[in-house]
Design a binder for this molecule. Structure first.
Ligand SMILES: Cc1cc2nc3c(=O)[nH]c(=O)nc-3n(C[C@H](O)[C@H](O)[C@H](O)COP(=O)(O)O)c2cc1C
Length: 364
């Protein structure tokens, strides 16, 4: 994550069945361990900066039960970190589902396994069905979700940085004689990301995160969004790198890309799963602006509602350059079938980004 590339790339959601494409096509992503391992090694060799999983506990139903089969992100992350050399791998943790003392030690352990390549995505909650399964209340107040998340993260940070045992008497946790070793690798706090879009979520990121991931609806509003996040972070005396998230259909011609896009995300979409995802997101999260729900049903089918990059290698490299110029430090990418489609992206798009001065390709 800390290399010199001005525009960083991460691959998102390969631990989840279907990845980010809510489709019934036969080549849709099978999130087996073998597929994840092969993909991680391929991404590592290509110089991709990071892999980001989705922590999901219940799928979205429909014909495919989209994301219903998914590898748990902390154990998945450990396995990938042990099997790769340079790439950063994030784990995604719901603050309510992992006790902070256990979490602090698991995260430190992964940082040691990888000699400092571990990253943490903090999720303060939105998916009510998952919280019901745990019989944990998901507050309908964002203030409370993020206040809890702040206390959870403060405890973890204190364990990571304090050499002396401490007692904790907070609003949500009472803990006695707390200590934890080892500290993270080289005593350095791992990169923290958050992806809240609400006011409270973005304040949380401004106070605590190195990276804030936001949904990009269009480039003009995106550029405004980046500016306002940077201003928020500056008020806390901090800098936060702003990333977005996109899906890729890259083919030699524009019409081939558009035809495949139409096929998997319209003709073969898993519409009941699309509607279930959109309903749940609309009820409890603020990731997407209200107008996105009426305009972007197809964008949800194609890539979970994130930004489309559909076209030739030239088109995709140019569009990434526009994202970069709007102020983003990087984007996540996804494919219908990551293993089948990433090699073409690697061979055709990465050299174009290098030619634009946005990234360099590692010498292997
Ligand atoms: C890039 C990205 C990754 C996310 N990863 C997860 C995840 O793994 N699990 C999850 O439950 N929510 C995930 N979310 C949802 C957010 O963490 C957040 O909970 C959601 O945006 C609702 O918060 P808000 O209402 O404050 O915006 C992700 C969102 C984005 C944009």
């Amino acid at each position: 994550m800390y290399n010199k590339n001005p525009f960083k790339l991460g691959v998102f959601s390969p631990n989840c069945g279907g990845g980010m494409a809510i489709t019934t096509v036969s080549e849709r992503w099978d999130a087996s361990w073998e597929n994840n391992l092969s993909l991680a090694k391929m991404l590592d060799e290509a110089g991709i900066e990071f892999i980001l999983p989705i922590a999901r506990w219940i799928g979205y139903g429909g014909k495919t039960d989209f994301q219903g089969s998914n590898l748990e992100t902390i154990t998945w992350c450990s396995g990938l970190l042990a099997s790769t050399k340079n790439i950063s791998v994030f784990a995604t943790a719901h603050t309510s589902f992992h006790h902070p003392i256990v979490a602090a030690k698991m995260f430190s352990t992964m940082d040691h396994i990888s000699k400092g390549r571990f990253g943490l995505n903090v999720v303060c909650g939105w998916n009510a069905q998952e919280y019901e399964m745990f019989n944990i209340e998901l507050s309908n107040k964002h203030e409370i979700r993020y206040e809890y998340g702040q206390e959870w993260f403060d405890i973890i940070k204190r364990i990571w940085t304090d050499d002396k045992p401490f007692d904790w008497h907070g609003k949500y946790f009472t803990l006695n004689n707390v200590h934890g070793n080892p500290k993270p690798y080289n005593q350095k706090i791992p990169p923290i990301m958050n992806a809240g879009s609400s006011n409270e979520g973005q304040e949380f990121a401004a106070r605590n995160a190195n990276y804030l991931f936001t949904v990009l609806v269009d480039l003009d509003t995106g550029a405004e969004n980046v500016k306002s996040i940077k201003q928020r972070a500056a008020k806390h005396g901090r800098d936060v790198g702003v990333f977005t998230t996109s899906y890729v259909v890259c083919r030699p011609t524009q019409s081939e890309a558009e035809e495949y896009h139409e096929f998997y995300s319209n003709e073969k979409a898993d519409w009941p799963a699309v509607d279930q995802l959109m309903n749940l997101q609309g009820l409890h999260a603020k990731s997407f602006p209200p107008e996105a729900f009426s305009q972007f049903r197809n964008r949800f089918a194609a890539g979970h509602g994130v930004y489309p990059l559909v076209g030739t290698p030239d088109y995709i490299a140019d569009e990434m350059e526009r994202i970069y110029k709007a102020g983003y430090e990087g984007t996540t990418i996804t494919f219908v079938n990551y293993l089948d489609e990433f090699p073409y992206f690697r061979d055709e798009v990465l050299p174009r980004l290098e030619a634009k001065g946005m990234r360099s390709i590692p010498n292997i």
